[in-house]
Design a protein around this ligand. Structure first.
Ligand code: ZN
Length: 129
């Protein structure tokens, strides 16, 4: 059952921009910073990347490429990122200072896992041939 309170929009009162369900006292400046950074990063990554901003005891953001990849800021001031890649039913997560190289590392790890899966499957197939 979905909590109806989560459908309430945040209220902007002075420096506070927070929802009744949250009551954390989230800041308008945090919202604007998250919104601006996510939009800037999505634009810099190129077509297909979309910014997402949400409230949950503070304002948070991520940038997504469909269901294949999500990039989150680390809590240490947007200088490092959490890369969450979903390919072929696999999830690869890692920290990266550079988003593109982080994504490439995640893709490489996913391909390594896929190769190991194929090798194991081939080995097992020979056992029952
Ligand atoms: Zn809030």
């Amino acid at each position: 059952m979905k909590n109806k309170r989560h459908n309430q929009k945040p209220q902007h009162k002075g420096a506070v921009y927070c929802s009744a369900w949250c009551r954390h006292g989230c800041r308008w400046s945090e919202f604007k910073k998250a919104e601006a950074f996510a939009a800037k990063l999505a634009k810099s990554l190129g077509r297909g990347w979309t910014p997402h901003v949400w409230e949950n005891m503070g304002w948070h953001w991520r940038v997504e490429y469909g269901t294949l990849c999500a990039v989150y800021p680390r809590s240490d001031g947007y200088r490092k990122f959490w890369i969450d890649v979903h390919v072929g039913g696999r999830q690869i997560c890692l920290d990266a200072k550079n988003i593109a190289s982080g994504i490439r590392a995640a893709i490489s790890a996913a391909k390594d896992q896929a190769a190991r899966t194929m090798a194991d499957a081939d080995k097992l197939a020979k056992a029952v041939a």
